[in-house]
Design a protein around this ligand. Structure first.
Ligand SMILES: [Zn+2]
Length: 253
């Protein structure tokens, strides 16, 4: 039987204790694989992906323990964390720092302490939160439908997307509404005047850019303004969220 060596720590690993990665590398289950999130898809990840994720977890866990966890018990309502999701890792949103943390809790022994690891993201980088369902076979052999809020963050090394477990589609709706409100996005037909104006600005900007493109006079500045106007209408204005997150993260660079 061929033995492999862990591509991260170098330990010799056997068939049972090895985890094969997408690029053919192997890592050990005993130490290195445990540094990743359980939901992290190692089978489809390369060695570079896994090491980026492990760095993300090390940094995120530090930020969680030193900055965010203390806010969980904050007396000031504005500083409190909002906890979302159910089942696996939970998502904690910190509007006062502009950060979100996906936190996995592992219980060492029954009732005798726990360890937590975290991936921390800038709220401003949250690009997608959509509803997903998946039919899976439960432990009793019956089919059950799992429900998720699928989330995607831009400009993020490591695990940039994941599915947060939700109990039903109504709890997804309230999560969607929560983020829409934070970003000032209104998806309902009852658009406010402000939002309608913003969309009009976006449409106008795109129309004039399209005309300029047809005439061959579209310049880079105009193109950037168009993208900016569209972004603001779809994703909301995130300037304030970027400022808050950068301020909070400055101590952890
Ligand atoms: Zn290892």
């Amino acid at each position: 039987m061929t033995k492999h060596n862990c591509a991260i720590c170098g330990a010799e690993i056997g068939l049972v204790s090895e985890q094969k990665l997408a690029d053919g590398n192997f890592i050990c289950r005993k130490v290195c694989s445990k540094k990743t999130f359980k939901i992290y898809d190692k089978v489809n990840a390369t060695l570079g992906d896994v090491t980026a994720h492990i760095e993300q977890v090390e940094k995120g866990t530090r930020i969680w323990n030193e900055l965010l966890l203390p806010l969980k018990k904050a007396k000031d309502k504005k500083q409190k964390l909002k906890c979302l999701g159910t089942g696996g890792p939970l998502l904690y949103v910190s509007p006062s720092t502009g950060l979100v943390a996906l936190v996995e809790t592992n219980y060492k022994f029954f009732l005798f302490g726990k360890t937590q690891k975290a991936c921390v993201y800038r709220l401003a980088d949250l690009m997608q939160y959509t509803y997903e369902e998946e039919k899976v076979k439960g432990s009793d052999g019956k089919m059950e439908t799992k429900k998720y809020c699928a989330m995607m963050f831009k400009d993020t090394a490591g695990m940039y997307g994941f599915r947060l477990g939700v109990s039903n589609s109504q709890s997804f709706d309230s999560i969607e509404k929560y983020f829409d409100t934070l970003f000032g996005i209104q998806k309902t037909l009852r658009n406010s005047f402000k939002n309608a104006k913003r969309q009009m600005d976006a449409i106008k900007s795109v129309t004039s850019a399209a005309k300029a493109a047809a005439a061959g006079t579209l310049d880079e500045e105009q193109a950037a303004a168009t993208v900016g106007a569209l972004d603001a209408s779809v994703y909301g204005d995130r300037t304030e969220w970027i400022r808050k997150a950068d301020e909070a993260l400055a101590a952890f660079q």
